[in-house]
Design a binder for this molecule. Structure first.
Ligand SMILES: Nc1ncnc2c1ncn2[C@@H]1O[C@H](COP(=O)(O)OP(=O)(O)OP(=O)(O)O)[C@@H](O)[C@H]1O
Ligand SMILES: [Mg+2]
Length: 598
């Protein structure tokens, strides 16, 4: 058996496979190097989601011409000087691998100068090969331009996702690094457009605000704890603002981002009973601990950390978040009912019996109908003065009689129970419809039709509402503007990190006070990685938007709205169940009523 040493370029390629998985990995490594070099300002320039160009420019210490070549060698690092420092390999995780890995899978140009040198240099590497070094006049600092990533690794190139997905990863890494150093200025530019321009911030809170928008940061709760082994600082969101999809969850230890499903559980434990099932709070948790008590090199990209005593970290974290939430008196007893009404008992599965006694399908099938719209009859109705004066009582039944005298369907047959159920006489019993679920089904079919047929859902205009969403989110809304338009949203940029909502899909009936929550709901939906099969993608999106729309609905109180909701529901393809399989309609049969009355 021949044992051979792998040529350096092959070894680098193998290492690169682990360190540089996608454009965002290179962004992270280059940004971290810039910070290590003492930069006060870091600019990241991206073209085509990093496929053609990733450029990171800093005003740090720069390198001598020798160093500028050496830094691309494997195991070249200035950060571990001697054997004594070896301990630091596990503490800070410097491997001297990042640049060698990047240079193995791309064409890299480095322009750099130190303060003490009057002239700088330009070094070129491609596929691990040193191509050239020339003098160059450049500012103090380093400027790495990484072109044509994976040009020599077709398999990797093919594995890259759409530009939108790759850009999302880049923005994520950028955000993580920017959150470690509020004192440093960071800029992110994609295809000549500014995505983030972050000035040095007075404190972490301002950096979070610049990244995620003021609304988000205003709703954060301070977290702090100090024990002998661990210091915890940071922010976590108010329980009522926890969202259904993971978004801003950040852990840092000793100034470095890491992911930890285990510690995530500690946070979730602290929120137990305070947030609905499936919701995830945003958090920004900064841990400080003795560097010797953690191992950062258990993962090639250094994003997973091993703590000497994880159980203690878990306990401390859970306790201090609980304490912070308690201090701000977000006790239990919040109303989650709206999030998911309990399953109704299934009494009859016979669809025909859902039809109201005198239901006539040819009469009022309006799939485009907005069940929440104020009906004309109500518009023209003027409340008697006594209505506005709580002091004098008027029998409202009498007025309802007047109100609906022109309606074709006898109103006695539909009424609203508890704001949640539309109840009506059916052929063989009492039909009960969950209003929220009915709306979910109606919206779902409407959205699906629009998305798959290329049509548009009609729109209900709103008084324009400004919502500050943060630059990353604005980008997300821009990116999906065509889809949002199809679904009936009118959301336009308002400069910076703000958008204006002018309209929502017909049927959403979302009043102005709920627009902001709705926009965040939309962002949650859009930020999920929708890279599945086209059909699945469409129904998945339609389902989520329908759920959001149904949740944003006003409480329905008028029988005529309820009647029209039932009509519209019964004209749906599948009126019995929500897209998620929850039952919408049930009938309490007459014989059951007889039995109950015995
Ligand atoms: N922007 C920069 N400014 C100045 N020096 C730099 C810069 N980027 C890299 N270097 C030098 O190049 C060396 C190699 O960088 P590289 O990222 O490959 O390894 P590292 O940062 O030491 O460790 P790791 O592989 O964990 O990132 C660094 O130790 C540093 O001396
Ligand atoms: Mg590095």
């Amino acid at each position: 058996m021949d044992i051979r040493i792998l040529p350096a370029n092959i070894a680098n390629l193998i290492a690169a496979g682990e360190v540089v998985q996608r454009p965002s990995s290179a962004v992270k490594e280059l940004m971290e190097n810039a910070l290590d070099a003492g930069a006060a300002k870091v600019t990241v320039v991206i073209k085509d989601a990093g496929r053609t160009l990733i450029q990171v420019i800093d005003d740090g210490c720069g390198m001598s011409p020798d160093e500028a070549v050496l830094c691309f060698e494997r195991h070249a690092t200035s950060k571990i000087a001697s054997a004594e420092d070896l301990e630091s390999i596990s503490t800070f995780g410097f491997r001297g691998e990042a640049l060698a890995s990047i240079a193995a899978v791309a064409e890299v140009t480095l322009r750099t100068r130190r303060e003490e040198d009057s002239v700088g240099c330009q070094v070129e590497f491609a596929g691990s090969r040193h191509m050239s070094t020339v003098e160059a006049s450049c500012p103090v600092g380093s400027n790495f331009a990484v072109r044509n990533l994976f040009y020599n690794v077709p398999a990797r190139r093919k594995f890259l996702k759409s530009d939108a997905v790759e850009l999302k990863h880049i923005v994520e890494e950028f955000t993580r690094v920017a959150l470690t150093r509020p004192d440093v200025a960071f800029t992110l530019i994609h295809n000549d457009r500014d995505i983030y321009v972050l000035h040095p911030a007075k404190s972490l809170k301002f950096r979070i605000q610049d990244l995620l928008g003021k609304n988000e940061s205003d709703r954060m709760v301070d977290v702090q704890a100090e024990t002998t082994v661990l210091r915890v600082e940071g922010f976590t969101c108010r329980p009522d603002l926890a969202r259904k999809t993971a978004g801003s969850q950040f852990f840092f230890v000793n100034g470095r981002y890491f992911r930890s499903p285990y510690l995530h559980k500690a946070v979730m434990r602290a929120y137990e009973g305070l947030i609905p099932e499936g919701a995830v709070p945003s958090y920004f948790i900064y841990l400080q601990t003795d560097p010797h008590s953690i191992d950062v090199n258990i993962h090639p990209t250094k994003t997973e950390i091993k703590f000497e005593d994880e159980a203690i970290v878990f306990q401390v974290l859970m306790a201090c978040i609980k304490e912070a939430l308690g201090r701000n008196s977000f006790g239990a007893g919040m109303d989650f009912e709206a999030a998911d009404a309990p399953q109704m008992p299934v009494i009859s599965r016979n669809f025909d019996s859902y039809r109201p006694a005198d239901y006539n399908p040819s009469q009022s099938l309006e799939t485009d109908y907005n069940p929440f719209e104020t009906p004309a009859a109500v518009d023209s109705y003027k409340a008697p003065d006594s209505f506005k004066n709580p002091g004098s009582y008027v029998d409202s039944r009498e007025d309802y009689g007047k109100l609906f005298e022109n309606q074709t369907v006898p109103l006695s047959q539909v009424f609203v129970l508890d704001g949640r159920f539309a109840v009506s006489a059916a052929k063989d019993g009492l039909m009960i419809v969950s209003i929220r679920r009915a709306l979910e089904r109606i919206l779902y079919e409407r959205f699906l039709k629009a998305v798959s047929s290329g049509g548009h859902v009609s729109q209900a205009a709103l008084l324009p509402v400004k919502v500050t969403v943060g630059a990353q989110n604005r980008l997300l809304l821009d990116e999906h503007s065509a889809l949002l338009e199809t679904l009936g949203f009118d959301i336009t940029p308002f400069g910076g990190d703000t958008v204006v909502v002018n309209g929502v899909p017909d049927g959403f009936s979302c009043d102005e006070t709920k627009v902001e929550a709705l926009v965040h709901e939309i962002l949650d939906i859009l930020s999920t990685d929708h890279t599945s099969l086209p059909g699945v993608l469409e129904s998945g999106l339609a389902e989520k938007f329908a759920r959001a729309g149904a949740a944003s609905g006003k409480n329905m109180t008028s029988p005529i709205q309820a009647q029209r909701l039932i009509d519209t529901l019964l004209s749906c393809d599948s009126p019995e169940f929500t897209p998620r399989g929850h039952r919408i309609i049930t009938v309490l049969p007459l014989d059951e009523i007889d039995r109950l009355l015995q």
